[in-house]
Design a protein around this ligand. Sequence first.
Ligand SMILES: O=C(O)CCC(=O)C(=O)O
Length: 279
Amino acid sequence: MLQVRVVQVAYGDDESVEQRVTRVAQLVRQQQDADLIVLPELWSHGGFAHSAWRARAEPLTGPTVAALSAAVRETGAVVHIGSLVERVASGSSPGPEGRGLWNTSVVLGPDGQIRATYRKVHRFGFGEGEPVLLEAGEEIVTSELTGRRGGGVTLGLATCYDLRFPEMFRALLDAGSEVFVVPAAWPLARVEHWQLLGRARALENQCFVIQCNTAGTHSGVAMGGNSQVVGPDGAVLARAGVGEEVLSVALDLAELEDFRSSFPVLGDRRLLPSSGHDS
Ligand SMILES: O=C(O)CCC(=O)C(=O)O
């Protein structure tokens, strides 16, 4: 069994980034006896605080990762710290569009060291926000996790809007994923899409899906909450409400193996001549 905590963080515009980082690090410290703790997308810098992103951005050696890294060492868990606006490290490439900013997810090991980073591939905003301010990530990322009670599992990393792109989850499946981890700042206005797409990505790939959303209202956008954990058969194992909340769920990895072998739909995949599209 993999003991998972999904920390659905609520915030508004009245809390500074520093206050929030301190508060959320404390929330992480309180999650004892977990194998995996998950936080939402951009919770420190503000999911929709577009105009503040450049000023708030920080390198992976910055204060958000440092504060979480210290908290993680007190939990003994692997912690997916959600994402932050990553500023290019000095001497590194600013990316093809020269912006030097990404929406980057970070997985920390129990020792507080970075195990994996994933730069969001699909930028959300339809002409504002991410597509005009941030670079797009160019790689899919998986990360191996060994539970404290033994038993390894492969995490496939995705962020928020990525959930709408099933081909990315297929690629993560083909890279060995058994559990997709999806931090988000998904608005309340489309929360039914969030619920449905998470279940679809789980069922079609026969994977667990851990979705950690944001709650509260910031930058004028009401967030949807409804973080959920979905089994490989598409069943919702736990779902949060619309306020700050921590979900505690045990994932039975043997159930995943049993379901994949008793209903072996993935073995019937057929690769069609072209999966590309004209743009
Ligand atoms: O796809 C959506 O409806 C929301 C996506 C989003 O808010 C994001 O990717 O930040």
